[in-house]
Structure formats: C-alpha cells, structure tokens
Design a protein around this ligand. Structure first.
Ligand code: NAP
Length: 458
C-alpha cells in the first residue's frame, strides 16, 4: 500500500510520501536506542515538563490538526478537534500522574520473606514499537506515547499508511516539547517491514492497535523473539437493551454509539440486542433516528456522518450488508453506498439476521448496525457472547439483578451500564478473546511497558 493521504470525501490523492529506506530506518532505531538510555537518567519532573510543553504545542494547533485528521480519514471535524483535545488531556494526565503510578511498592511485612525490606519498582524497558491504525490518528498514538515516554521509554511509530501527515506531525511533537532527540520518531514503512524492526535487538517490545490479522502476525513475530506485546484489536460490541430500560434514551444513545467516528471505532456498539418486550419500540425509534442523520462533507461543522476512510473499507462494508440481505435479513434503513464522490455509505440498520450471515460474527467497520431480537435475558446474553470478540459492551437496565447478572457474565474487557462505551484516561482499556490482550490507559496501561523489578534485602 502506498504511503499517501487520499481524501475519502473526494477520493483524490492529496499527498504521496516516499517511504524510509533501510538506512533511514536503521538510523532512527539507533537514535531511539540512545534516547532510551538518556531518558532512563532523567527525572519524572523533567519528563513532565517536556510532556506539558508538547501538550501546549498540540493544543495551540488543535483546529489545524483537527482539519488534517478529517482530510486524511474523513471523520466530522468537530470530532477530530475533540480527539486533539482528548489527546492533550491524556498527555497532561500522564505528566502529572506517572510518578505516582510507577512509585515503589513496599511489602508490608518483609519478615514473611525473610527480609528486612522488600519492594517492587517499575523501570522502563527501552525502545517500544507502536503499530497504529488510522481511525483515531492522534489519540491512538498519544495513548501509547504519553505513558510510555513518561515511564522513561523511547517510542517508534509505524502509523497506518493512509495517515502519513498525522504521522509526520507526531514525528517531531515530543522533541519540540523538549524530549531528547530520537525519543519518539515515526518510521514511514509498510506492514511488511515491521517484522525486521521487531526482531531488532534494540527494540524491546511492541504494541499494535488494529485488525486481528495484523495483531496475530505482530504477536507471532514478537513471540518468536520472546518480546512483550500488547494487542488492541477489533470488536463487535453488544449494546443490550432489556425490558426495564429507558428505551427512548437507549435508542438515542445507540445512534451515537454506532455512528461516532463514522462508525469506525473499535468500541462502537455494533450489535444491538433488544429484549422482545421492547424490541418493536426500540427498532422503530432507532431506525428513524439513523435515517435522519446528516451525511456529507466532514469539514462542515453540522455534518454527523462522513465517508468511510478507504475505498476498500467501504466495499467490505457493502459486502457484509449484501451478504446478510441475500440470506434473508431485513434492511430497516440504508443498505447501500451513496451515489456521490468519495466513499460514503448510508447509515444502515439491518434486522432478522440468519445465523450464517457474516455480520453475525464479523466486525462492521462503518455506519452499519445489526439488530437482534432476544426472547429473554439469557438469550440476550447468548447473542452478546456468541462472537469471537470481547472488547467492550453496554447494557441498558433499571433492574439491579439484571445489572449484576450481565456485569458478571458478559465476555468483555468492559461493561457500561445505561451508557455507551467511551475510553477515559482514568479507566483501563482493552479486550479479551480475539479483541486482544494487555491494557492501555490508567496506571495499569503505563505499567505494561515497564520491568516490574522485585528487590529483596536481607
Ligand atoms: P489494520 O489494517 O490492522 O492496520 C493497523 C496497523 O497495522 C497499520 O499501521 C497497518 O499498516 C499495520 N499492519 C497491517 N498489517 C500488518 C502486518 N501484517 N504486520 C505489521 N503491521 C501490519 O487495521 P486498520 O484497518 O488500520 O484499523 C481498523 C481495525 O483496528 C479495526 O478492526 C478496529 O476495531 C481496530 N481497532 C482497535 C482498537 C482497540 O483499541 N482495540 C482501536 C482502534 C481500532 P498499513 O496501514 O501500512 O497496512
């Protein structure tokens, strides 16, 4: 795949970037390795001041970077600007909290291990490679980079090939804030070149956010070299509406959960599973609201849904809907690409899916919602857990017993009750099953790329 900005709103190529050749890759890895050595010797206070300075630089450019994100991947510009501000907030959060998150932890009673003192400490691993997706070109990178750098690691970024200008902005951001040269650099390379970077002895660990095939490949290579990996992969999150729920609020929130980021969020509600007692009311309201969404130019501030980010992504989505329809599913609204320039697909709700429809198992990465009628709560749980994914989930209920039952039994990395899944810097984020392993965000996310060193003293 060429490394290029191809505007999904128009389909036109705006910029093609020459990939880095092997000698440039080598020099960036070497720089990162010496930056990692330098960073180990710096204090939290120094790193925090550089992180705050980088956050200020980013905040000053929020509008411009927001527009760049929209041009590169098509999300509505207000959401792009919000992504920039969310990233700034995370940078400040780790600048202010890293020292506490990574503080030494003493054993309360060291005599139980025959010691006068025993404790654990968190130390940086060194150079960590981040392989990142295009759907949140800034946020996905910052939620890795801010905790990693604050822990004293250096970072290398292999960004998605369709967001090279976002990658180039991130390439210099941390150095502009004051971090030592090479602390965080982008590698403009294709997916095929990632294996040799992981294999490089100076690279100590890798994190990938993206699709399951990419994750499988990267984790296998990391495993082969006995290196730590974290995988944040796809999801087909259930959004469950039970009979006791506030159905109207659930339907309005379901629309947001499905179409945020043009439907291309890993934690979007994708499968809407509704108790039969409230199914008809929910389905009618949900389909109506989805059909009323304003679709169009994402640079306009009142646009609610922009294009799918790539032509192939739009075609994959169309194939999933066509497959379900051919097998007997009912399209309640939408159901086709829009006849206009760029890669627009109509907000879609599709119901009555037969078990063999691909949408039942596969992730729909775009504004397509599948709707399921559950005959009772056990059936809702069965449908929710029937995919191979396990990222997040949402349950709408006003019954404490139902709430406890679903919180305990959903196969997911998170459960949101009477709300849609959102990532917060304060809360751990990640999945189980084929949605990946490891966690990002909060304290636990920062500790993923640290050596937890145990110290025992006689
Ligand atoms: P993708 O095709 O897997 O690409 C993600 C990154 O991996 C890109 O940088 C890509 O580079 C690279 N890559 C692809 N194949 C690779 C390989 N075999 N070896 C090494 N690197 C490889 O995913 P995407 O289409 O950009 O993103 C959509 C997916 O990401 C969805 O499944 C979504 O759910 C998931 N996602 C998950 C989370 C989470 O936190 N769990 C967050 C956001 C997105 P190229 O661009 O050069 O191919």
């Amino acid at each position: 795949m060429a490394i290029a900005t191809i505007n999904p709103t128009t389909g036109s190529t705006e910029m093609v970037i020459e990939p880095h050749d092997p000698s440039e890759v080598e020099s960036r890895i070497a720089e990162a390795a010496s930056a990692a050595e330098a960073l180990r010797a710096t204090s939290y206070a120094e790193r925090a001041s550089w992180m705050h300075a980088a956050a200020d630089i980013l905040e000053d450019q929020a509008e411009g970077i927001g527009e760049l994100i929209t041009v590169e991947m098509g999300k509505p510009v207000l959401q792009s600007v919000a992504e920039v501000h969310k990233s700034v907030k995370a940078m400040r959060f780790y600048a202010d909290n890293a020292e506490t998150f990574l503080a030494d932890v003493p054993l309360d009673d060291p005599s139980t291990v025959g010691a006068s003192r025993a404790w654990t400490r968190y130390e940086p691993l060194g150079v960590v490679l981040a392989v990142m997706p295009w759907n949140y070109p800034l946020w996905q990178v910052i939620r890795f980079a801010a905790p990693a750098l604050m822990a004293g690691n250096a970072g290398l970024l292999k960004h998605a090939s369709n967001v090279p200008q976002s990658a180039l902005f991130l390439d210099t951001l941390f150095e502009r804030g004051g971090f030592p040269k090479g602390s965080f650099r982008a590698l403009l390379i294709g997916g095929g070149e990632v294996a040799s970077v992981i294999a490089d002895p100076r690279v100590k660990a890798v994190t990938l956010t993206g699709s399951e095939p990419a994750g499988r490949s990267v984790a296998a290579i990391a495993g082969d070299h006995v290196k730590k990996s974290v995988l944040e992969l796809g999801g087909s999150d259930p959004f469950i509406v039970l009979a006791s729920a506030d159905v109207r609020t659930a339907a309005a929130t379901a629309v947001k959960a499905r179409i945020n980021n043009n439907g291309q969020s890993c934690i979007a509600g994708k499968r809407f599973i509704v108790h039969t007692d409230v199914y008809d009311e929910f389905a009618a309201e949900f389909a109506k609201l989805m059909s009323e969404l304003r679709v169009g130019d994402p640079l306009l501030r009142d646009t609610e849904v922009g294009p799918v980010a790539t032509a192939s992504g739009r075609d994959d989505l169309a194939e999933l809907v066509d497959d379900a329809r051919a097998k007997g599913a009912t399209v309640l609204t939408g159901g086709s690409a829009l006849d206009m320039p760029g890669w627009f697909y109509a907000p879609t709700v599709i119901a009555d899916l037969p078990d063999d429809a691909r949408l039942v198992q596969e992730e729909a990465f775009g504004p397509v919602a599948s709707l399921y009628r559950a005959k009772d709560n056990d059936d809702a749980l069965r449908i929710a857990n029937q995919t191979t994914f396990g990222l997040s989930s949402a349950v709408w209920t006003n019954d404490p017993d139902e709430e406890a039952y679903f919180v305990s039994h959903l196969d997911a990395g998170a459960v949101f009750i009477n709300g849609m899944t959102v990532s917060y810097q304060e809360l751990p984020f990640g999945g189980i099953k084929r949605s990946g392993f490891g966690r990002e965000l909060a304290a636990v996310g920062q500790r993923e790329f640290c050596n937890l060193k145990t110290v025992w003293k006689a």
